[in-house]
Design a protein around this ligand. Structure first.
Ligand code: GTP
Ligand code: MG
Length: 206
């Protein structure tokens, strides 16, 4: 049995939303242009005995597209709300989107994701602490993770966790149940992540 899950990616411009989607979809890190409107991608992953199709809407981070983004997150089951670990002001936009999502899509699962982890590992100053992020996450019952689209760290883990948590939360929507091994707090990229062999660029999606 397969299941389509709509996922929306939100956050300030340049925090790395498109790079995150590109890394997940094609396992590369290439030059991206500023997103205009929204861009859709779909990929199949395996959760236990179930096929899950993640239909991902990558949105534009500039303010003039905020109204448009509301149409992209409508009826989404999960939201990846991104900030840049080297840019404190990008956290304000996280609060903005998380509040808006909680108000308009109260059942949505929220993942607050700190991008550009590689820059911190290379010695660039961290501007956003885990404590600051936890304050928001605790308030809105969100999962947090730090990722790098450049190195690929935690990108597959993030999307696999979204799919696994969905199957756990809505077993009746995904026939067959499956064995779900949720490693949502495991930041080392190991464990239940098994993505690439199941990749698919089109078809069967939301
Ligand atoms: N070092 C590093 N740079 C990154 C990473 N992710 C994105 N970038 C860079 O950040 C810039 C913006 O990336 P995008 O993915 O286009 O940002 P965006 O959030 O989609 O921006 P908008 O489409 O304008 O909303 C680009 O120069 C990327 O190369 C990362 O993980 N590490
Ligand atoms: Mg973009």
């Amino acid at each position: 049995m397969s299941k389509d899950i709509k996922v929306v990616v939100l956050g300030l411009t340049s925090v790395g939303k498109s790079c995150l989607v590109q890394r997940f979809m094609y396992n590369n890190f290439e030059h991206t242009v500023m997103t205009v409107g929204g861009a859709y991608s779909c990929k199949r992953i395996q959760v236990g005995n179930n096929e899950v199709y993640l239909g991902i809407w990558d949105t534009a981070g500039t303010e003039r597209y905020e109204a448009v983004n509301r149409s992209y997150y409508r009826r989404a089951r999960a939201a990846i709300v991104c900030y840049d670990l080297t840019n404190l002001s990008s956290l304000d936009k996280v609060t903005f989107w998380v509040e808006e999502l909680t108000h308009n899509e109260p059942n949505i699962d929220i993942y607050i994701v700190g991008n550009k982890l590689d820059l911190i590992q290379e010695g660039e100053k961290r501007q956003v602490t885990q404590q600051q992020v936890d304050e928001i996450a605790n308030k809105y019952n969100a999962v947090t993770l730090e990722t790098s689209s450049k190195t690929g760290e935690n990108i597959n883990l993030l999307l696999q966790t979204i799919a696994e948590n969905f199957v756990k939360k809505y077993p009746n929507e995904v026939q067959g149940g499956g064995n779900v091994n949720n490693n949502s707090n495991n930041n080392n990229g190991s464990g239940s992540v098994n993505m690439n062999s199941n990749s698919k660029k089109s078809g069967g999606c939301c």
